[in-house]
Design a binder for this molecule. Sequence first.
Ligand code: MN
Length: 142
Amino acid sequence: MPRYVIQLHQARALHYDFRLEVDGVLRSWAVPKGPSLDPAEKRLAVQVDDHSLSHGDYEGPSVIIWDDGVYSPLTDGAFAEALDGGHASFWLEGSKLRGGWTLHRTSDGRKPQWLLIKRRDEAAAAGVALAPESVKTGRTLT
Ligand code: MN
């Protein structure tokens, strides 16, 4: 199964880099507030450049691997085409995130904007705070 990784990144503003392995690269989105397990909490996800697969293993002074796992597409046909079409759902099996999720594009342009939304299933929950530390090293950024 293809991999996903979420890196917590302290840049000018703290954000989560959500990355899905698709056709040999990591398709990437910057999620300022991070994912929410609450389907009512739609989180802005700004599409950024694809990254190399090896980038998903990186931790450093300003980056931790906040979550890591595998995913399976919940789309008919090629997952890359679903993403290119602006709407893709997938099932995550990670250390922190599980269950169904949807990425939905809401605007195009130089940095397309999407929403990252938890689907309603047994892994959905409201009011749950996810642990801050790296799933690889236990480090935190603050
Ligand atoms: Mn980043």
